[in-house]
Design a protein. Sequence first.
Length: 324
Amino acid sequence: MRLEILDRGHRLGTKALLALIRLVSRQPVVDAVKLAFYRPDFYGGGDLTHEAMRGPSAWSIGDRELMAAFVSKVNESQFCIAAHSATSGLWYGDHEKVVATLAEVETAPIDEPLRATLRMLGKLTRAHGIDPDEMGAVLAEGVSRQQIEDALAVCLVFNITDRLAEEWSLGWRSKFSGRVAEGRDGDVRLALLQPQTFMNVSGRSVAAAMRFYKLEPDALVVVHDEIDLDLGDVRAKAGGGLAGHNGLRSLREALGTADFVRVRIGVGRPERGERQPVADWVLRPFPAGVAVDDLVARGADCTRVVIRDGVDEAMRRFNGTGPM
């Protein structure tokens, strides 16, 4: 049941803000955002709400939503800019801070670790890579390795689900310690989920969503990075091992099985003789010249085929075709 109060119960200033979101995004404002504005006390901050809604992180929810809005601006995704900006401003209690940051990050009223991280995300989004000195500048501002991991580890996968959400005109909302978007692709009812927990406990987010939607593991499609595939290679797979992937391990522990479909996005391994921990390798920026947007598009295409035509058809089309 939809509440009519969401259309008429806001104060004049909030109605103006919602109208601005519609104007900028040229999309209707999703009900989750309307509800958040109508009952900010219900969605209020605090450690307990932060733990339940998004999982542990040194970044606040406002920070992470601002990062999403900033990257969406670089990608010129108008609806995502509006939705993430609204949520970030709500959590900060300061919409002007969000507007100022999106207008000019260098003069925005934010702390230096966040400013440095936004610079990094902007450069990665525009140029698909940063050099060691630029990464060093982020660390020098007091950003921890874990915070960098939070910002980068699932960046590629989130870009893929963002692309699918845009194509299917789905709106994101906070649920299951993550972000979820619901909709249909033809006759297929679907939900996209972006866990906001650490990767090694992301199975908790997925399991909560599976229980809510009353789904069995064979209805799950997991998009993840894969070091055993060359950079740019995209493949589908049904079940199988974990290949040392902490996210897959968490899923198996939470679901009691590894029999779910995977869309594997190849990121490659360090060169022979190159002494570099795997964790450092998967968190590094993409090398210069890598067409990251093409890789995101290919991952989205493979996921779409799995959903529409099944994993066997996706394997036939994508597996063995090699990197881009």
